[in-house]
Design a binder for this molecule. Structure first.
Ligand code: NDP
Length: 529
């Protein structure tokens, strides 16, 4: 039994955590560390499934730490998982929605009960600091609840429509939102709990049976999530969990004609590839894509400089810049440029870097060797293009850091505005900064990218309204010290992108999201009167 907590981890308590949070996290971390290196299975049709080939899950904090061993699922496993989901989908989709919600709410409660175990695993697997790791798991639980609440609030999306005035007949019309059937969820490494659990919760609450394929860097977190679904009593086959490479296992799932819809969260390139692959089927199937970002912050001469600098640093370097919402471009009106920049550098240089499971560490390692190499390549490219490193620009290898993938938070000035790195997502702790002559110039530059995920602004009330009206992004913030471009929570800031950042135009954890997992059926029933 999980120990009863005297507080609940929520959006509010996370910013001002009580001491109990730290001791419980540390206890869980010690337990998790004592259980490293075990072999885990997939779950298909309620059964544990191993594979002939396996892969290692290692920590980016210290690559000597073997976290676990996972099956490298095959095309046959993909097919079996889809078939198991198909078989379970009929009963699940036809059940009274209240029954579905009750099981899913139980799963959300189990995530809460196990939150410190989740937090420890996420910190070790992704390299997140403890508050970010706990927040990821807490958000997963709340996203599942939010989807359930939406279905409740809309009476299961069964709505009586008008009665046709037909003489001699009674005509009753209903609009009913029904599940599609089998839904595939492919998730990224950076929010392995929330971005797996959120779509999974919405898809299943809507009545679909699902197949989950997590990122190969973070299979353990998703396995914990699958265990919450299993232990909550979801029927066999309603959720299926498979692990293995995107390029083979993931592709086999995408290529399956028996998948009715997909939610992909990840990079633009993979997302667009999935979009095109999935379109090869016989008919159009729903494709929810949540992709990258190149998120700008704009600072006006009327901004509160302290709030702006704090928000920019938090968003540029939180989770080592590996958030789709990371602030990777900063445009500052020239009269306040030097002052804002000085404060940004001061705050950046104060960030604690190291093993992110430790209490005062803000910045951990980047997720894997490829990202570590990318960081070094981008630094070289910026240097060659004449960019100036105001801070950072190097990997960190002193002492224990040599065992992990640590990169200094990097602020770049003087990168020519026509350089491609102003437009390409780097997904690393690198942000580029420039002075602008006017807010109009900043807005033009901010919008001149294929992405449109998040954006931040610091300035007067009137300017903020102007910003909301002109910026092309799905999540926008004005004058927010907690993060210029980051921060999302179901029911507060539902999350989704425009343009190359997202396909549906509706944000996860918001009012219009759960419906994406359902299709409308109009039921007209005529009786002679
Ligand atoms: P990737 O695009 O590399 O991978 C995402 C997922 O797709 C992984 O599970 C991966 O598996 C899988 N995959 C890869 N190739 C295929 C394929 N051919 N068929 C099916 N599945 C495949 O993204 P990252 O994990 O590196 O995540 C970072 C990216 O995600 C960034 O671009 C970030 O901006 C974006 N993101 C967007 C969010 C949003 O809400 N808009 C939120 C969070 C992140 P494997 O790991 O095995 O390769």
């Amino acid at each position: 039994m999980a120990k009863e907590s005297t507080f609940k981890l929520t959006y509010a308590t996370m910013f001002n955590p009580p001491a109990e949070l730290h001791t419980r996290f540390e206890d869980a971390l010690a337990k998790v560390k004592a259980s490293l290196g075990q072999e885990h299975g997939m779950i298909i049709g309620g059964q544990e499934r191993k594979a002939r080939q396996t892969f290692e899950d290692r920590s980016p904090i210290n690559t000597d730490w073997l976290l676990g061993i996972f099956p490298e699922g095959s095309a046959q496993d993909a097919q079996d998982a889809v078939a198991a989901a198909r078989q379970a989908s009929k009963d699940w989709g036809n059940r009274p929605w209240q029954e579905r919600l009750s099981l899913l709410r139980k799963a959300a409660d189990l995530i809460d009960e196990r939150i410190f175990e989740f937090g420890a695993v996420i910190a070790l697997e992704v390299g997140k600091n403890r508050m970010e790791a706990l927040g990821d798991a807490a958000e997963a639980a709340d996203l599942i609840r939010y989807a359930c609440d939406q279905i409740d609030a809309n009476g299961g999306f069964v709505k009586k429509m008008g009665e046709d005035p037909l003489e001699g007949f009674k005509a009753v019309n209903f609009s009913v939102l029904r599940p599609y059937g089998v839904w595939l969820i492919i998730s990224p490494f950076n929010f392995p709990a929330a971005l797996t659990g959120g779509p999974a919760g919405a898809a299943m609450a809507a009545g679909n049976a699902i197949v989950i394929k997590p990122a190969s860097d973070t299979p353990w977190t998703s396995r914990l999530l699958a265990e919450c679904f299993r232990d909550a009593g979801l029927p066999d086959g309603v959720f299926n969990f498979v692990t293995g490479p995107g390029s083979t296992l993931g592709q086999a799932l995408i290529d399956s004609p028996d998948v009715d819809g997909v939610t992909f969260t990840g990079s633009y390139d993979v997302g667009m590839h999935i979009f095109r692959s999935f379109a090869q089927g016989n008919y159009v199937r729903p494709t929810i894509l949540e992709m990258g970002g190149k998120n700008p912050a704009i600072v006006s001469q009327h901004a509160n400089i302290e709030d702006a600098a704090l928000g920019i640093v938090r968003s540029a370097f939180g989770l080592q810049g590996q958030k789709c919402s990371a602030c990777s471009r900063v445009f500052i009106e020239k009269t306040v440029y030097q002052k804002t920049l000085a404060r940004i550098l001061e705050l950046t240089n104060q960030l604690g870097i190291g093993d992110p499971t430790e209490r005062d560490v803000y910045l951990g390692p980047v997720v894997n060797k490829k990202s570590y190499q990318d960081y070094q390549d981008f630094i070289r490219e910026i240097d060659l293009a004449g960019g100036r490193f105001l801070t950072g620009g190097k990997t960190l290898t002193d002492g224990a850091l040599a065992k992990g993938y640590y990169c200094a938070p990097t602020v770049v000035a003087n990168l020519p505005l026509e350089h491609p790195l102003w437009k390409q997502e780097m997904f690393l702790p690198i942000t580029t900064i420039t002075a602008v002559d006017s807010l109009e110039e900043a807005m033009r530059l901010a919008n001149e990218v294929s992405y449109g995920l998040t954006a931040g602004f610091y300035g007067s009330l009137e300017e903020s309204k102007w910003f909301f009206d002109h910026i092309q992004a799905g999540v926008t913030y004005a004058n927010r010290p907690q993060g210029a471009t980051t921060g999302a929570w179901p029911g507060y800031q539902p999350f989704g992108g425009w343009k190359g950042s997202g396909s549906s135009g509706k944000n996860a954890g918001g009012l219009y999201y759960t419906q994406l997992y359902m299709r409308e059926q109009i039921q007209t029933l005529i009786q002679r009167s």
